[in-house]
Design a protein around this ligand. Structure first.
Ligand code: FAD
Length: 496
């Protein structure tokens, strides 16, 4: 694509620094994020500076260091990990030996098809293909450093089981150890707050960060700055600007998810993508504080009803679409209703339900649907009627009202809800990530609003947009940050 020359980056910076209203307030351009010219003398120098030590930043730092490059990773919080470390640990991979051992037929083509369908074709198909082309390389690299994959299950948006589960906390510790043992230097409690941009060279040359005494320290990056700063779920100003409906939704994310990298790249002219699609993930008990307060039991056969006892959605849809559908029901919540066989099917894949059941009042149980209805204050005849109709449809393999014919995105067969005891779990949506942000190309280079590369600047993971489109497949956020960490490292190391 030919380079578009208007306006110069300096003009853009001047304009963004002087814009008024909500955008400027959200960017914080007056006090924060505006690019700065190079200092007379740098305090530190490396080939590559990585901002942010979630899974993506640590993968990129590790691979770059393994390839002999000098790398400094700057982390805002007291330690690395970010949202990655508290995540469910599902990584979407297609065509692995683990799948083959279980007889699961998967392929990069099917992965691409599912990703585009889940994203409602609003995704950048080139980024989707780049993910598909590199995910097995990431899998091999992760195994080479000793990553432990526990099982493979199906979840949101997957037409075959492809969530490869790691223990997220342990995985992030492994990545940190790998980065350090490979030679990368990690500086915790060192928030990056400005990109250093040289107008005459036309490239990003480094960053400014705050040290523990809140003093500015400069870091020169002779080859690349990689933004791996995560999302913005904890930033009300950005949520209000991009997706006002989500500004008061509860969020469970890493504490550093305040949109710093997005602001810095945006202030330099980066494009933005997918920011209108921030959604809450469905299946948490109200008041949830961790991922252990969530159950995916709807993908095992639970149905969703509102407080009137009526179904309102195809429960096999992406859990983000379920979050949208549930949020607009009276009270902003819904009930997951299931029976003992559905519960047992869930427990085979995940024990998280056992934890939720221990929380007083989170799950109620009764020997009959009438008794269950009374416990959750739903009219029993309405609920019983909904379940009778659902069971009839399941036995005929159809769902004329809502279209549920599988358990999740084309996978598995719904089963009738008829074997006591019966259960009700009041559930809401919670923002786990923003999955949107600065535009990148298939080499993880940041692209500006005119589709030109911003030289010297890369971005990976949740700070980026374009890959997911309108919704999200389980495992592709933790997957994306690591796959694009690998891609960025390879691009920078080979100088292509
Ligand atoms: C509870 C929960 C469960 C999830 N489960 C899954 C799942 O099972 N599968 C899946 O695919 N996705 C899941 N996700 C989403 C996924 O974990 C994240 O999207 C992904 O891990 C983000 O990785 P990242 O490397 O881009 O960012 P993060 O892991 O958030 O890391 C970003 C890092 O950058 C640091 N940082 C921020 N600003 C600065 C700055 N200015 N200077 C320096 N450092 C900075 C942060 O402190 C943080 O350490 C889940 C998310 C949550 C919260």
């Amino acid at each position: 694509m030919p380079e578009t020359k208007i306006p110069s980056r300096r003009q853009f910076i001047q304009r963004t620094a002087s814009i008024g209203g909500a955008a400027a307030m959200a960017m914080g351009t007056q006090a924060f994020a505006t690019p700065t010219p190079p200092p007379a003398k740098w305090d530190n120098t490396a080939d590559v500076v990585v901002a942010g030590g979630g899974a993506g930043g640590l993968v990129a730092a590790s691979i770059l260091a393994q390839k002999g490059m000098s790398v400094i990773l700057l982390e805002k919080e007291p330690t690395t990990g970010g949202s990655s470390a508290i995540s469910g640990g599902a990584i979407a991979l297609a065509g692995t030996d683990m799948q083959q051992a279980r007889g699961i037929q998967d392929s990069t083509e099917l992965l691409i098809k599912d990703l585009l369908e889940v994203g409602q074709h609003a995704n950048d198909a080139n980024l989707v293909k780049a993910y598909a082309d590199h995910q097995l390389e990431l899998y091999a690299w992760l195994k080479s450093i000793g990553a432990k994959f526990n099982n493979v299950t199906a979840a949101s948006g997957q037409s075959v089981p492809r969530s490869h589960a790691v223990d997220a906390g342990e995985h992030l510790k492994l990545l940190r150890r790998t980065a350090i043992s490979s030679g990368a230097k990690i500086r915790d409690m060192t928030p990056v707050h400005r990109l250093v941009y040289d107008e005459s060279a036309g490239r990003v040359l480094g960053v400014l960060a705050k040290d523990r005494r809140n003093t500015d320290v400069s870091y020169s990056a002779t080859k690349a700055v990689i933004l791996a700063t995560g999302g913005y779920a904890r930033d009300a100003a950005l949520l209000t600007l991009f997706t006002p409906a989500m500004k008061t939704a509860p969020a469970i994310t890493g504490v550093g998810c305040t949109g710093d990298g997005l602001r810095m790249a945006w202030a330099l002219g980066a494009g933005l993508a997918d920011v209108a699609y921030v959604k809450a993930t469905y299946g948490f008990r109200p008041g949830a504080t961790t991922i252990s307060d969530m159950s995916l039991i709807y993908y095992k056969g639970a149905i969703m009803v509102n407080q009137a006892g009526k179904r309102f959605v195809n429960e096999s849809l992406s859990y983000k679409l379920l979050g949208d559908a549930s949020a607009v029901q009276p009270g902003g919540y819904s009930y997951l209703i299931y029976d003992e066989p559905v519960r047992q099917a869930m427990l085979k894949d995940s024990q998280s339900l056992l934890g939720i059941e221990k929380t007083q009042g989170a799950v109620v149980k009764a020997d009959s649907l009438a008794a269950l209805s009374a416990m959750v204050d739903i009219k029993s005849d309405v609920l019983e009627d909904a379940i009778r109709q659902y069971n009839e449809n399941v036995s005929r393999g159809m769902d004329p009202q809502f279209g549920r014919t599988t358990l999740s995105a084309g996978y598995g067969k719904p089963i009738e809800i008829k074997t006591a005891p019966f259960y009700a779990f009041k559930a809401v949506g919670v923002i786990l990530g923003t999955y949107s942000g600065v535009t990148i190309n298939t080499k993880a280079q940041v692209i500006d609003v005119y589709a030109n590369v911003i030289p010297g600047l890369y971005a990976i993971g949740e700070v980026t947009g374009g890959f997911h489109g309108a919704a999200y497949m389980t495992g592709t956020a933790l997957g994306k940050t690591q796959v694009f960490g690998l891609i960025a490292a390879k691009t920078v190391a080979t100088g292509v």
